[in-house]
Design a protein around this ligand. Structure first.
Ligand code: E4P
Length: 224
């Protein structure tokens, strides 16, 4: 069970990398569009630079931003030669035409994260096409009244029983409870917006214990 950072913000990525728990980074066009307008290629290079500064070589997902499958393939190949990052994982949305892109990229040994999966069938097809990662969108599945937890469970079970090696990334996290639920349901990875990370380290009883320890020690050391 691994945690990825779902962000393209350099400060947020750095804050997370500095804490050692990061097993990967996911971006998408909307996440990138939250950043100050800049050159796309340069920005991805900066993220890679940060990963390397922390001595890590973790998967970095970068999504194609065209919708024609032939153009997707072309763009994916351009990413590979522009970024020259061995752990680059090209994000390709699930779809019939898109599956050909997934298969083509895998034939060339390029890592693929097949994204925007909202159902078991989509995740399963992506995995059979050879995607290294399949991304299930927890929050968006719940938005239309479906049970995201059971979609993750069914996918995890099928992968386990079918000997499928694709890793399930659960994204579209809206609450801390989503992280726990997704991991409990069998997700290999949850990609989390960085605003949730500090809360994942906190507990009121921890604060109470630490305050007590410091208070007791202070009183003891101030005794005459
Ligand atoms: C996952 O890889 C995606 O980047 C992301 O989690 C999508 O989430 P959203 O529903 O907040 O757009």
């Amino acid at each position: 069970m691994k945690l990825f950072v779902d962000s393209a913000n350099l400060a947020e990525i750095e804050e997370s990398l500095a804490r050692g728990f990061v097993a990967g980074i996911t971006t998408n066009p909307s996440i990138l569009a939250k950043e100050e307008r800049t050159d796309f290629t340069e920005h991805i290079h900066k993220i890679i630079g940060l990963i390397r500064r922390f001595g890590r070589e973790v998967p970095l997902s970068v999504e194609v931003f065209v919708d024609d499958p032939a153009e997707m393939l072309d763009q994916a190949l351009k990413f590979v030669s522009a970024f020259r990052y061995p752990m680059l994982s090209v994000k390709v949305p699930i779809g019939w035409g898109e599956l050909k892109v997934v298969a083509e990229l895998r034939k060339r040994d390029i890592m693929v994260n097949c994204t925007c999966c909202m159902s078991f069938n989509q995740a399963y097809m992506a995995a059979l096409a050879g995607a290294n990662f399949v991304s299930l969108f927890y929050g968006r599945i719940k938005d239309i009244g479906y049970d995201a937890r059971s979609v993750v469970e069914q996918t995890a079970r099928a992968f386990r029983e079918g000997g499928i090696r694709s890793e399930i990334i659960v994204g579209s996290i809206r609450h801390i409870a989503d992280v726990n639920e997704a991991l409990g349901a069998g997700a290999h990875i949850v990609t989390v917006p960085p605003k949730f990370f500090p809360a994942l380290t906190q507990h009121p009883k921890t604060t109470e214990a630490v305050d007590q320890f410091l208070g007791d020690f202070r009183k003891w050391s101030e005794q005459a």
